[in-house]
Write a protein that binds this ligand. Sequence first.
Ligand code: ATP
Ligand code: MG
Length: 589
Amino acid sequence: MTTANELPEKNDFIRIIIRDDLQSGKHESILTRFPPEPNGYLHIGHVKSICLNFGVAGEFDGACNLRFDDTNPTAEKQDYVDGIKEDVKWLGFDWAGDVRYASSYFDQLHAWAVQLIKQGDAYVDLQSIDEIRANRGSFTEVGKPSPQREESVEVNLARFDDMKNGKYPDGGAVLRAKIDMAHPNMNMRDPVIYRVMHAHHHQTGDDWCIYPMYDFAHPLSDALEGITHSLCTLEFEDHRPFYDWVIEKVGFDNPPNQYEFSRLNIDHTLTSKRKLKRLVDMGVVSGWDDPRMPTVAGMRRRGYTPEGLRDFCERVGITKSDGVVDHRMLEFSVRKSLEDTTARGMAVLRPLKVTITNFDEAVAKFDELKNPKTVADFDGEVLWLTQPKHPSLEVGERRIPFTKTIYIDQTDFEVVPPAGYKRLSPENPEIRLRNSYVLKVNEHKVDDAGQVVELIATIDENTLGNNPEGRKVKGVIHWVSASHGVDAVVRLYEHLLLEDDEISDVSLHEKEIIDADTDADTLWIKQHLNPNSLTICQAVVEPDLAKAAAGERFQFERESYFIADAIEHHADLPVFNQIVGLKDSFKPE
Ligand code: ATP
Ligand code: MG
C-alpha cells in the first residue's frame, strides 16, 4: 500500500528489462542517451524522456549521454543547443562526458554509407522526391522499384561521390538502403539514408552538402557510443526493424536495443516543438520562455520547480499505452514541491480602498491591549506588525505596515452576497484582517456605475492577537497598506488552449494535423486559443515582497503561489507570475 504522497517502487517494463539484462550478464553496465534535435526548446514531453533516460542511468549505476541529433541543419540552431543544455541541467541531471553531436560522426557515417553501397545494400536514386513518394506504394499496394535500383556498385559509388562533391542540387539525388519495395512495413521500402542539402550547419559549417537521415544516423550513433538501451517513444516502433537492419549491416558485435514507451500527452497542452514554434512565430506568446508555454524555459519562468517536474514524471510512470494525462496532476506535483518551502506574503490583486476612521485612537492603545504574542511597534503613523515569513520554517521575519488606509480585494466585499458567501457584506460587516485587527465596515461608497469604490470602517482595538469579546467573527481576509504597499504587476494564467468538451482531447487533434502544413497549424491554433490565458492585475503588495530577488517564490496568502519574474521584476516595479493555485482539485490515486 502506498499513500498519496509516497510513490511506489518503480517497476515499469523498461526497468524490468534493464534489471534482467544486468542480472543475466547481457550488460555489465548500462548506457542510455537523450537525443534531442536542436530545432526548438524542450517541452514537458521531453522532460518525461529526460527523467527516464537519466533516471534509469542513475538508479542502475550507469550513465546517460546527451546527444544532439543534428542531421537537419535548416531547422536547427546553436541557440537551441544552448537552451537544451541549460534545461537538462536545470532539471537536475548531468550527462556523461562531453555533449555529443550526431554531426561529429559525419565522417564515420559517410564511410558506413560507402560500405553499404559496396555490400550492395544501398544505391543512389535519381528520381525526384515526389516520384520516390509516389512509387513507395501503400499499405495495399507494393512499391515500384526505382530505375536506378539495380545499378552497379561502381556507378553508385561514383554517384554518391558526386552527391558529396556538390554535383547535384537539393533533391537531385538520394542514397537509399536496398531492402524490399514490397515490405509490409513502409519504413523498410528502401528508406532514404542520405540527401543533398546545400546548407550551413551550426556545428560542421560548410563541410558537407549531403546529410544523413535521422533513421540512419540515430541507430549508428547509438551503436558507436555503446548505448545499451535506446529508449524512445512509441511512434518509433515501426522504425525499429530498420534500426536493427542498419546496425546489423554495418556489423556491430553488441548492438543496442531500442525500446519504445508511450509519449506524454497532457490535456490543453501542446507537446510538439513544431507547434510551439508556431505559437512563438505567430506572436501569440512573448517567446519560448513565456510562462504559459509548456517548454522547460517557460515552466522555469512560470516558477515550476525541477522537483515538481520530476515528481510529476514519476507519477505518470512508463507504460506502452497512450493516454492523456490530467494537467492537474502536474499542478499537484508543483504545488507539493512549494508547500513547505515558500515564504508567505500578502498581495491584493484587485484593490479596494478601506479607510479606517478610528485608526489613530485604536492603534495608540495597542501596547496596553495587545496579546503578548503579537510583536508590533507604532511610529505615530504606522503600526509595524512583525510576523514570521513562514508558519513553521525558520526563514526569518517580515515587517508588515498597518495604516489608516488599506486595500482589500474587491471580491472580499459584496453588496448583494451570493448564497454561502462568507466574507464582507452589509449583513456581515465584520471580518478578521490577517495578522491584524477585526475590521467592521460601516459604509460603502459607490461610483456612478454602482461599483463599490471605497469602504469606511473601524477596527476593534481589543482584537490585535485576541478574539473579540461576546461574538464570533468568521473569516479572515488579506490586506495591504495603501500608503506603504508597493504597486506591482501580477500576472494570472489560464491554459493557452480553450477548455471545451469537443477539443478536450487535444492530442487527438494534434495527431490529425501532425503532417499538416503550417497554415493548418495557424488556423487550428487561432481556433483553440484561450483569450483569457493571461490576466494582468495592477496589484499592491506588502513592501517585503517588492524586495524579493528575481526568481524568488512566495505564497500570496489566499491567492496562489507566485514567482518574481526572472527578467522583468525590479524593486521599484515588482512583477510576479502565478505559479499554481493553492487548492487541489486533483487527488492522486
Ligand atoms: P517534437 O515533435 O516536439 O519535435 P520530437 O520527438 O521530434 O518532439 P526530439 O528532439 O526528436 O523531439 O526528441 C528527443 C527525445 O524526446 C526523443 O527520444 C523523443 O522520443 C522524446 N520525446 C519527444 N516528445 C515526447 C513526449 N511527448 N513524451 C515523451 N518523450 C518525448
Ligand atoms: Mg523530432
